[in-house]
Design a protein around this ligand. Sequence first.
Ligand code: GLC
Length: 539
Amino acid sequence: MEWWKQTSIYQIYPWSFQDSNGDGIGDLPGIIRRLDQIQDLGVETIWFSPFYRSPGEDFGYDISDYTAIDPRFGTMEDCDKLIREIHKRKMKVVLDMVMNHTSDKHPWFIESKSSKDNPKRDFYIWKKGKNKKPNNWISMVGTSGWNYDKSTDEFYYSNFLSFQPDLNYRNPKVKKAMFGVLDFWLKKGVDGFRLDIFNSIYKDESFKDNPFSLRFFPTPDNHDEAFFQKKTYNLNLPESFLFAKEVRKHISKYKQKPFLIGEVSGSGKVLKSFLGEKADGLNLVFQFELIHFDYHAQFFKELLDKNEKEFPTPFTPTYVLGNHDQRRYIDRLGGDIRKAKVLSAFQFLARGIPVVYYGDEIGRKEGRISNFLGKDPIAKMNRFVPLFLSNLLGIYINRDNCRLPMLWDDGEGAGFTTGKSWLPVGKFLASDTVSGQKKEKNSLWNHYRSLFHLRKNSNVLREGSLHTKQISGSDVLCFERKLGDKVVTVYLNFGDKSWKELLPVNFNLLFSFGGADLREGKLELPGHSGMVTEFRLRK
Ligand code: GLC
């Protein structure tokens, strides 16, 4: 089975991981310093949010040079060393690739904007408006996607923020340039790309108005209908599905067998379209349903059943609990570490790829920075919305709060920086840090470490099939993973009450937590605990 179908992914947000020069911003030499610890945790693939040259208005998701390292983070030599050092430790490197748009400070856009007959004009989407916007398309952030440029009296399109103009993929030169960028990094040996808002790559050529929808708020797994609009003509175009295959084909010739993981959203049908009917599109897509978990066994059973039905082998589901755009999951659990252990166990034991956001392994909590004081451009746009109101409405506005610095130790600056941190480190205890949790056997960090290693060392968990089992009258989730004659059974108790079960066959105990134990041939799961057993089928 291909390596990317079995891996585990750990996301690093470079701004906040490890500073090495005291400027309060994380950097590549800092990350290199922490690689032994990441390897010890058991991580297999590291995905880096962008560290390319960028004005940093959207913290790197506004790129002004795709083949240069932003000086905040280091040099190209540091990057080469980072790739080398990761490979030396038998881990893989995935870079974030923002193909949909550039920064408005990218030389292509500066040229494009300079005059209507500039050769780069057609690198972006320009349209004439008759006293008004060219059409009603709304961007993913809820504003009009059209931005007026006075000097050439036309509008350019941006499906995110106005300083992130969308590239025009109907221009073959744009495609060629972007494939050149992918080649540049693939030749350096990177093992894959995370493709930013890939559902937005193509816009409909007709530029027709989008139809009305009753829905206002988007969710992480559905941007198709939002802000009273059905995004028929500016999201999830059939051309984007085809392009997924084109990119896959292009990268497949590289010997490291790289993969693509797309940030897309929509129904199972839409996700499947990005993956290709013959699994020949994007290798993986992020699946965000887990982000809206309802902490009950039934929710997780239904999610597994749905994924097994919609994404059977050769498709590989992904299980995402958080990222740099979402509220930290620990806060959604009211800070309950027992529940965090059950939830993360679910993520690692299901058939699919667990995607872990840095800091989730220590239960890093959300910040409380108001929207008014936010550095995040989305917070700046909504600065007069009080934090309690956006929380009440369940909308996430100030993404600074999930991007706080990593807590390494209880020294000044939490071991993250010796300088003034770009976002506050905040108050914390020694037991909230990596070094504090390493010392404590039952910490969340040690739990994650066990899960990473358990999965890594079990081919049943990596490759086996999955079947859920019905357990009525309790809040226990049970599923079986099977490969050859080996069966791994997972029991997770989401309830407060303890649950007992007679075990039918001889088995090995692979892992347990939260006090789950065996007593006189009986399995006993206290509230919020879990157990993993293994047995061989008799021939
Ligand atoms: C994606 C990124 C987000 C960024 C946006 C625009 O959603 O995850 O952080 O702001 O795209 O590039």
